[in-house]
Design a protein around this ligand. Structure first.
Ligand code: ADP
Length: 846
């Protein structure tokens, strides 16, 4: 019987019994009953027909839905599965069978009876999958490697859910599987390509670094030999040609240095070397080097560092100078008239950290807005046509950007075409608690002193005014010689004459010299002390000042400490520092030194030999470390100049051998490393090997001579003069009074106090060094040597500083094999420094 007719039969039976139940009470006639029966039957039939139609429709819909879902299940691209919690398949679709490499779903279900064990390459993946399902009920994008039927491993991603009964009991899992093998392979390819690209970039940078290093060596020969040739008798034409050769070689060297830096940054090999340094002195030195160029172009170059900026900060002065030189150099390069001003301000300050904001403003050609970002990318210039005119590589700003980032700052530019540019950068520095400048005694005497500033450049006037005011002076500023004379006369007439006049030497209409002459010629004004502010491109200014009896003159841009010193000197005649430019390096030294040059490159050999012989020294050449050792056995030398990279035996090995031999005799020959390496760590490597100092090629004669004579002459002087005591002031490098005074802003009292402290504390530090060496405690050695280094560096004591650094490095690297020798050397340097300091303390007029 068709089960679908069951409800109808039941309803007819119900209806019949209903009729029967009624019949005893009411007995209608047969016809009447029959009519009613047939009417009710009809009604019931039509209801029934409707219900049947409805049912059919629903059944049809169900079939369609079933077919639809079955079709999706059967034809889905992704695999679909239901599994028991134990790991057997309940149902799978053909796609899943296909993904796993089976002909049919049945075949798959029969073959894989334990999914965890049979399917997953790493069987713990199934456990992890189950764990996630239990924890979250659904799992999305679960990636695993699985075995196909043919044993091949593929990558799949699964998305699944746990199906539970109403009471929460787990029934089964169902979900979908996608084959992601291709995507995974693409990802892997990408990863490999990235690694390869990085390796290639590294190789490129290494190549660039090595190339520029290799190129420096021959360039050393070109620059040095040209310098030597320029010192000979030449026709004006030859002079000109050789000057061009030298200039070109020098710019090539700059380019190589840029490339070397850039490639070092790219491979992450460039790091900062933080030390305590004087911000003002360092920036002034950097800018001064550019001043000649600026002044030649008729540009004013000024540096404004207000008093609230601390002077001694902890950072990498070399790298800071590099940024500043690049920005100021660019500003000068791209400015035809007007001025270039560098300013420093405090961005924020914490107890032991400070962020400074530097700006370099010019009145030059400017940079169009669309190029203002671009110029910070490597090898990019705002206008390539300007390159031909101005030169440059387009690397400077890219390097500055990286260096600034390393200093925890940012760099940006504001610029308007034809108006000028301001490059900004911020950089963070460490700060010592005592970094705020100490009040100066000399300053007290300046308080309230009226001073007249005469300068046609507004920025210079403003900076000078700010500076003088900060020292408590009362500056009046005027912009021309004529105005100066008017103000001076008015002041004299009012019986309040100016004690000091700061005069810019180069002004339109009436220059500083004319003003000075008028002052000197006028008896009411003649008492004023005149200080002339000159620029480096007018070498005759100094002579003119001397002729006119103006003892005080300063070269712009003016270092604050120099200005203060010069003012105090000029007003109170306590000679603290000679403000004149340094005397030219003497061409001959009073002593002749016997020098061993260890160098394999013939050009470099000739170059160094000529340089040294011209200076009056005698030189013996060894072609490598081995030869050097043989020569040293037979002959005594005052100093050894040692190349680092050499065949047979390199400079480091040779030095170690020399130092080892010296251990028995207690002798110590100064060894100076000569290297074309400009890599970080070279210096430390050389010092650790036992070298005393380090010069990087190309060799520059002043540095070379200064270094050799510093190392060799104090000893040479003692030996040569025998018992006759050398009464001269100790060499400026054992104790550089100027550096020491500059650090305390000219305060002699304070310096004497510091000297006292140093003399008191140093023996303790020295014994700490000795103890740490005997305990073989590298860390303690590093700490003690670092303290000594800090202490001696305040006296500009380079020799002692180098000796302490050597010990510090040994301590840091934990290699104390040469520490005893280095410590003896440090003690010797400290003894010399102590003598010099004691002399200074007891010195006359101090
Ligand atoms: P270089 O000066 O060696 O070309 P930089 O990276 O230092 O490389 O500068 C990139 C470019 O930025 C310069 O070539 C120039 O076009 C532009 N630029 C930099 N500084 C200035 C400036 N002060 N005024 C105008 N243009 C500048």
């Amino acid at each position: 019987m068709n089960t679908s007719s069951l409800p109808l039969m039941r309803r007819m039976a119900d209806w019949f019994s209903h009729l029967m139940a009624k019949s005893p009470q009411r007995r209608p006639s047969h016809t009447e009953a029959l009519h009613r029966w047939s009417a009710e039957l009809e009604l019931s039939n039509s209801t029934l027909a409707r219900e049947i139609a409805e049912r059919k429709r629903v059944e049809q819909e169900l079939r369609q839905a079933e077919a639809k879902y079955r079709s999706i299940f059967e034809n889905a691209v992704d695999g679909i599965f239901q599994t028991t919690p134990e790991g057997q398949y309940l149902s799978v679709n053909p796609a899943l069978a296909c993904i796993y490499g089976y002909e049919t779903p049945d075949e798959l279900m029969k073959s894989l009876t334990d999914i965890g064990e049979q399917l997953y390459v790493d069987s713990s993946r199934r456990a992890e999958f189950i764990r996630l399902l239990h924890a979250h009920n659904t799992v999305m994008g679960f990636e695993s490697q699985v075995y196909r039927r043919d044993g091949r491993v593929i990558w799949i991603t699964e998305t699944a859910r746990a199906v539970r009964a109403e009471n929460g009991a787990l029934l089964y899992y169902e979900g979908m599987v996608e084959d992601i093998t291709e995507r995974k392979q693409a990802e892997e390819e990408l990863r490999k390509a990235k690694i390869a690209a990085e390796a290639a970039a590294n190789a490129k940078s290494e190549f660039l670094a090595n190339m520029s290093h290799e190129l420096r060596t021959p360039l050393n020969g070109v620059i040095g030999m040209t310098e030597l040739a320029l010192d000979t008798d030449l026709t004006p034409e030859q002079q000109e040609y050789l000057t061009i050769v030298k200039d070109s070689a020098t710019s090539l060297l700059e380019l190589l240095n840029d490339i070397l830096d850039f490639s070092k940054i790219e491979v992450g090999k460039l790091t900062l070397d933080p030390i305590d340094f004087s911000l003002r002195d360092d920036l002034a030195m950097a800018i001064k080097a550019l001043a000649v160029r600026a002044h030649k172009q008729g540009l004013e170059l000024a540096c404004d560092i207000p008093p609230d900026v601390p002077d001694i900060v902890l950072g990498d002065p070399g790298r800071l100078r590099q940024i500043v030189v690049n920005l100021v150099g660019n500003a000068i390069k791209f400015t035809h008239q007007g001025e270039v001003v560098m300013r420093v301000s405090v961005e924020w300050r914490l107890e032991n950290e400070i962020c400074l904001h530097f700006t370099v403003t010019d009145t030059g050609i400017g940079i169009p807005p669309e190029k203002q970002q671009l110029i910070f990318s490597p090898f990019t210039q705002a206008d390539s046509s300007t390159t031909r005119q101005f030169g440059g590589t387009g690397l400077g700003l890219a390097i500055s950007l990286q260096l600034v980032a390393m200093m925890g700052g940012t760099i940006w530019v504001e610029s308007e075409v034809d108006k000028g540019s301001t490059f900004h950068f911020t950089a963070c520095f460490g700060l010592r608690a005592d970094a705020t400048p100490k009040p100066l005694r000399e300053r007290d005497s300046l308080i309230g002193l009226p001073v007249l500033v005469v300068d046609d450049n507004e920025t210079n006037r403003r900076i000078l005014e700010e500076q003088l005011t900060s020292w408590g002076m009362h500056p009046v500023v005027v912009e021309s010689g004529q105005a100066a004379l008017t103000v001076l006369e008015a002041a004299a007439a009012a019986d309040s004459p100016f004690a000091l006049v700061l005069l810019d030497a180069h002004m339109p209409h009436m220059d500083g010299f004319m003003v000075a002459e008028s002052i000197k010629d006028n008896p009411t004004l003649a008492k004023a002390t005149i200080m002339m502010l000159t620029s480096g491109d007018h070498p005759k200014d100094a002579a003119r000042c001397r002729e006119m009896g103006i003892v005080s003159y300063l070269t712009k841009p003016i270092k604050q400490s120099d200005l203060l010193n010069a003012i105090v000197t000029a007003l109170y005649s306590t000679p603290t520092r000679e403000p004149a430019p340094p005397a030219p390096f003497p061409t001959k030294t009073p002593s002749t030194l016997h020098i061993l040059l260890v160098e394999d490159n013939p050009v470099n050999q000739r170059l160094a030999v000529r340089m040294l012989e011209k200076r009056g020294h005698s030189v013996v050449v060894a072609n490598n470390g081995k030869e050097a050792l043989t020569i040293l056995e037979k002959e005594a030398f005052a100093v050894v100049l040692m190349d680092v990279q050499m065949p047979e035996m390199d400079g480091l090995a040779a030095t170690r051998a020399i130092r080892q031999q010296e251990e028995s005799t207690g002798a110590h020959i100064p060894i100076v490393a000569l290297t074309a390496h400009a890599m970080r760590g070279d210096r430390e490597r050389c010092l650790t090997a036992g070298m005393d100092a380090y010069l990087s090629k190309p060799l520059q004669s002043p540095q070379l001579f200064e270094m050799i004579e510093r190392l060799a002459l104090p000893d040479a002087a003692h030996q040569g003069e025998g018992e006759e005591k050398n009464e001269k002031e100790p060499s400026g490098v054992i104790f550089d009074q100027q550096v020491a005074l500059a650090r305390v802003e000219g305060d002699h009292e304070l310096l004497r106090e510091i000297v006292g402290l140093f003399l008191l504390e140093t023996p303790e530090l020295q014994s700490a060094i000795r103890e740490s060496i005997s305990r073989q405690d590298g860390q303690a050695l590093e700490l003690a040597a670092h303290s000594v280094k800090g202490a001696v560096s305040s006296f500009g004591a380079q020799a002692a500083c180098e000796a302490a650094l050597k010990l510090e490095v040994m301590g840091r690297e934990g290699d104390l094999t040469q520490a005893m020798v280095a410590s003896t050397e440090l003690e010797r340097e400290i003894a010399r420094l102590t003598r010099a300091l004691a002399e200074f303390r007891g010195g006359p007029g101090m």
